[in-house]
Write a protein that binds this ligand. Sequence first.
Ligand code: HAM
Length: 439
Amino acid sequence: MATLKAVRGTRDLLPPETELWNRIEATARSVFARYNFGEIRTPIFEDTGLFARGVGEETDIVSKEMFTWEDRARAASEKPQSLTLRPENTAGVVRAYIEHKLGETGQLQKLYYIGPQFRRERPQKGRYRQFWQIGAEVIGPPSAGSESPLRDAEVLEMLATLLDEMGITGWTLELNSVGSAADRARYNDTLRAALEPVVARMCADCQRRAVTNPLRVLDCKVPEDQPIIATLPVIADSLDEESKKHFAAVKEALDTAGVAYTLNPRLVRGLDYYTRTTFEFTHGGLGAQNAILGGGRYDGLSEAIGGPKAPGIGFAMGLDRLVLTLQAKEQTVLETIYVDTPSHAYIAPLGEAQNAPALALAGELRKSGLRVELGDGTFRLKKSFEIANKLAWRIVILGEDEVKSGILTVKNFATGVQSKVPREELTTFLRKPAGELEA
Ligand code: HAM
């Protein structure tokens, strides 16, 4: 029988790599707490309409990459429902904001999420069909200051701190403004006009988009189209005074806070909900998929999916890509930041009769906060030593004598010293650094 494997574009994450994932997530949670963000968990699948209306029918994500199905029970009924595995989390967060009337608090909502997303993209290094994002959104009624350029700058400053604390260096922040909805409409007209004489030489997707949503032509990846795209007008020239002022204030706050950025007038991002500030953080070590995170402002998203006016800004970072970036660092650097430390002790019961007392001892030590590995009484002492040497700093031998007397035999692998330790002193003893000579 053919063996079953994980589906193309998905993968298993195994220890010790998962330790790195957990530590990145823990760092993110600690930074989010300091910036006063709370966690939100939304469902992994939603009504397809949420993404069609929120992310945009003409985007690659919605038109090509979603995992969508008809709900079976509902398909047979009068009102079939189309469901989709979430390709991103912003639309779900804004749906939850509307559904739970979070805007009625009058406060800014600062929400973060960590979880899997799904896109049917061609898998390659750093690009998967199930991937993880760590993201955050700041959203609220305009009276709460949700439109302020200070929010944009604060989110970007938080990202610089976050990457720094995760140990990721050498990133570039690319920044642009795609203007208000009116600016974008104007820019779309300008683009449509500029595309008219050249679009016949472009790919089929571009030809369709030149009519339906010209901005999306800028997402085209077809190499032959790139020289034409390079000649198209930039959005900066279509911004009105208000949008220019907003963008200038974002940049000024970043300059003052010491967050370095590069302006990229062609950064329009692949989702339709963006307005004004858009950004990506890229990293040279990632190859073709060099965006470690992306985000921006989405002042009209709530209204687009039937909610109240609720401007917002947020980002999502690709956790898979953060891990790749960290793994590419020198192993020694990584070890000091992240890698697994061995267990404090390996408990080796001598004979099956000592298994139960060994379980009790291991439980006691683990409750006191030590990391402990439990062996098995059927192992010969030599085998126990071999395993313990790989997993732990010290081995604790538990034979009949030790159980009776309460005096345990402990060997330190780093120093080779063997000691007799009373049970009540064992926790303190095992906490001592492994390299320290035992008394
Ligand atoms: P996005 O640019 O589509 O934005 O995705 C954000 C990040 O997710 C990317 O920069 C990348 O690191 C990671 N990512 C995307 N697709 C894949 C994939 N197939 N495999 C691995 N990693 C991937 C959004 O999703 C927006 N919701 C961000 C946002 C939040 N904007 C405002 N708020």
